[in-house]
Design a protein around this ligand. Structure first.
Ligand code: NAP
Ligand code: MG
Length: 455
């Protein structure tokens, strides 16, 4: 069958065709939103313990399919098999974590004269989740798991480039016993399906992850209906290495903080700031580490970095390197597909596009700094504020700098930033609102206040 309105999914590691996926029209999107709204009426009244049981059942079915989902992601997105297994496992973990929420959606009893005042956490209705191509599985789960736990139904639009695992998760939800219409995956274009989430009055919240440019449009569109919106946008995060740090550790780990997922990570530490006294020592260690990154077939168990997601993304990243002389690069395979080597650029120009803009590829810029104040000033000289790392052995400095850097997720002497049980989100133009952590279900509710007179 030839699908008239369809997208050809390409394996980014080989540039070969994987499959054809139909794209929803506006009419099909409207019908799915209406079905989700019908399903909401029953889903909101499912007893908390039963909703919890269904989410645990969904988690268990995902767990049984981790390997299948991971292989699908390797083929569709070029993620390394190790990362893809973690990503599928993350969906399972997030579902299990929020399966504890339905019985714990507490309100408050607030002292008032003449009666009782209590608050309720009411679900919103239909929630629209819009997912980018860089982490198709985790970002879908961070939206749908807490939203479903709070009693909402969800329509989910995967990125046009990477719909396969989302479609499979939608099937697994049904297999796990979630009623029809509770979680609906709608593959389609951002300009069609995504825009309709913004304009359709039955969609009560849009949960968007993607570029700052599209995020601003979504926020402006949501204003028209005073629709709730959560935005997780771009980043240009700093990795700050002080002279008193374990410089060898900082240098050995820095490549993985930026080249993971071929740099297509909103949390990528794509600016490295190094205190001048250890600048040469750090660069020596960094070069050894970068040359050692295993850039090979992402399906190989040993692979540490795969290709870019598409020819378009590879070309967009390559344009940043035109006229720029890299200090050194890592390996790149001789293969069809959309590959670039890990690339390190040295700069002292804070206006250089490579220093200011989110490249979203395997490119990192390194700059020296003089003292703590200088490091904080340079780290904050950006419109973004998503994450960052601080390497120092001085606890006081670690605290001072962690408090001073304007970013939502910081790590000291490590590069970890996303744990499903801690909050995640950005300062400044990196986003609005928080995902994950203990409070995420509240973001999918209205707080209702009720006073009951005693006489
Ligand atoms: P994007 O172009 O903003 O797309 C993100 C999603 O929005 C896709 O599903 C896209 O659909 C959809 N979309 C596009 N135009 C739309 C519109 N007018 N209305 C509604 N939806 C629309 O971003 P991307 O190119 O996929 O991803 C790269 C960017 O996302 C980077 O800037 C990165 O930093 C950011 N990102 C941020 C986070 C975070 O957590 N902060 C996480 C991941 C990515 P199509 O697929 O059809 O274009
Ligand atoms: Mg885009």
């Amino acid at each position: 069958m030839v699908l008239v309105n369809s997208y050809t999914v390409i394996n980014p590691a080989t540039a070969s065709v994987v499959t054809e996926v139909g794209l929803a029209t506006v009419e099909e999107t409207d019908a799915a939103i209406e079905r989700a709204h019908d399903a909401f009426v029953a889903w909101r009244d499912v007893a908390p313990g039963e909703r919890a049981r269904l989410l645990r059942s969904f988690a268990a079915v995902v767990d049984e399919h981790v390997e299948e989902l991971a292989r699908l992601e390797v083929k569709n997105s070029g993620h390394t098999i190790g990362n893809a297994r973690w990503e599928a496992g993350n969906v399972c973990d997030v579902l299990n974590y929020y399966s504890a929420a339905p019985e714990r959606l507490f309100g408050r009893q607030i002292p008032v004269p003449g009666g009782v005042d209590i608050t309720f956490r009411e679900p919103l209705g239909v929630v629209g989740v819009i997912v980018p191509w860089n982490f198709p599985m985790p970002i879908a789960g961070w939206g749908f798991a807490p939203a479903l736990a709070a009693g909402n139904t969800v329509v989910l639009k995967p990125a046009e480039l990477t719909p396969l695992t989302a479609i499979r998760l939608g099937e697994l939800a049904i297999e796990a016993g979630l009623p029809e219409g509770v979680l609906t995956v709608i593959p389609g274009k951002g300009s069609v399906v995504g825009e309709r989430f913004v304009t359709h009055p039955l969609v009560r919240k849009v949960c968007f992850t993607g570029s700052t440019e599209v995020g601003k449009r979504i926020m402006a569109g949501c204003a028209d209906q005073v629709k709730k919106v959560t935005l997780e946008l771009g980043g240009k995060s700093a990795n700050i290495v002080f002279a008193d740090a374990d410089v060898a550790k900082a240098a050995a780990t820095a490549p993985y903080a930026v080249f993971d997922n071929a740099g297509q990570d909103c949390c990528a530490r794509s600016r490295i700031l190094v205190q001048r006294a250890v600048y040469d020592e750090f660069l020596g260690g960094l070069e050894t580490a970068v040359r050692g990154v295993k850039v090979i077939d992402p399906g190989d168990e040993a692979s540490e970095m795969g290709p870019l997601v598409s020819a378009g993304q590879r070309d967009a990243v390559a344009r940043y390197l035109e006229g720029v002389e890299p200090a050194f690069t890592g390996p790149v395979p001789e293969s069809d597909g959309f590959w670039l080597p890990p690339t390190v650029v040295l700069t002292d120009d804070t206006q250089a596009p490579i220093w200011r803009e989110e490249v979203f590829g395997p490119v990192v810029a390194v700059m020296p700094f003089d003292d703590e104040a200088d490091a904080i000033r340079l780290a904050n000289d950006t419109e973004y504020g998503l994450s960052g790392s601080i390497f120092t052995r001085d606890v006081g400095r670690a605290l001072r700098v962690a408090r001073a850097v304007e970013a939502g997720n910081l790590s000291v002497n490590s590069h970890s930033s996303v744990r499903y049980w801690t909050p995640f989100g950005g300062y400044k133009q990196s986003g609005l609102g928080r995902e994950l952590g203990p409070d995420a279900p509240d973001a999918f509710t209205e707080e209702k206040n009720v006073f009951i007179a005693q006489d």
